[in-house]
Design a protein around this ligand. Structure first.
Ligand SMILES: CC(C)(O)CC(=O)SCCNC(=O)CCNC(=O)[C@H](O)C(C)(C)COP(=O)(O)OP(=O)(O)OC[C@H]1O[C@@H](n2cnc3c(N)ncnc32)[C@H](O)[C@@H]1OP(=O)(O)O
Length: 258
């Protein structure tokens, strides 16, 4: 399929989606978000692909939702089209792990896009923020809910109320990003990390992702029960047998994704 605002590539068993609206700093217009959703659905259905990287340019992962596109919308427009939920959350429903590889600006919806992914690798020039308050609105794609879960209430509240931008080091200290890599290595490192995941057992990776995500949606007791059951379920897979036998035989496992 031909896309206008994104580039799609595969590197062995890794799918890579690059946001590509350079003149607008990858502002997330409706068509771009729709294209990301469509590419993700294709990658989810492609048995060759085991993990996905979502990235942007060196200057901007994404500078937010497209302000010019949304500026004149009325309340009834945004309400009826369920603006911002509609189309965006496909990132969160994808079962395959998605790594956000962020360089430059990840602001507003850009930061929210990154936070919807499973984890964020940041280049040393990455900048994160929720500046919606400075343009007369608030985060509408999860920023007020996900940011506090990543960085805690105090820092999230300061960022949402002032629009202050955090650099990569602060984002790493706060737990928003898993690690920082030099800008020139970002894409390769993200693909290498995704490839490691893609080589593992697909059903076990899905189970691990689902279990960690459960921690954000339930109580500790319920989450622990869920983990116990899914842990037990791994023993019903061929890949658990293969993984443990390979360890005992001092060889690399060969997972069949069954
Ligand atoms: C999803 C929700 C609900 O949470 C809502 C949102 O996401 S609201 C958007 C939040 N984001 C912002 O408020 C950031 C807006 N952008 C900026 O503040 C600046 O562009 C910058 C600090 C990221 C970079 O500044 P600079 O290097 O000076 O570049 P510019 O000349 O400002 O931008 C270049 C070009 O890109 C266009 N642009 C940038 N961001 C957006 C955007 N979010 N929407 C639409 N267009 C954007 C900017 O207008 C420039 O284009 P031209 O005007 O030159 O054609």
């Amino acid at each position: 399929m031909a896309y206008e605002h994104i580039l799609v590539e595969t590197h062995d068993n890794v799918g890579v989606i690059t946001l590509n609206r350079p003149k607008a700093l990858n502002a997330l217009c409706t068509d771009l978000v729709r294209e990301v959703g469509s590419a993700l659905n294709d990658m989810e259905a492609n048995n060759e692909i085991g993990a996905i990287v979502l990235t942007g340019s060196e200057k901007a992962f994404a500078a937010g939702a497209d302000i010019k596109e949304m500026a004149d919308k009325s309340y009834m427009d945004v309400y009826l089209e369920d603006f911002i939920t509609n189309g965006w959350e496909v990132i969160t429903t994808c079962r395959k792990p998605i790594i956000a590889a962020v360089a430059g600006y990840a602001l507003g919806g850009g930061c929210e896009f990154a936070m919807m992914c499973d984890f964020i690798l940041a280049a040393d020039n990455a900048k994160f923020g929720q500046p919606e308050i400075t343009i007369g609105t608030i985060p509408g794609a999860g920023g007020t809910q996900r940011l506090p879960r990543y960085v805690g209430k105090s820092k999230a509240m300061e960022m949402v109320l002032t629009g202050r931008i955090m650099d990569a080091e602060e984002a790493e200290r706060a737990g928003l990003v898993s690690r920082i890599v030099p800008l020139e290595e970002l894409k390769d490192e993200a693909i290498k990390t995704a490839a490691k995941i893609a080589d593992l057992s697909r059903p076990i990776v899905f189970t691990a992702k689902e279990s960690v995500n459960r921690a954000y949606e339930t109580t500790l007791a319920e989450g622990l029960r869920f983990e116990r059951r899914t842990f037990h379920a791994t023993f019903a897979t061929e890949d658990q047998k293969e993984g443990m036998q390979a360890f005992a035989e001092k060889r690399s496992p060969k997972f069949n994704h069954r």
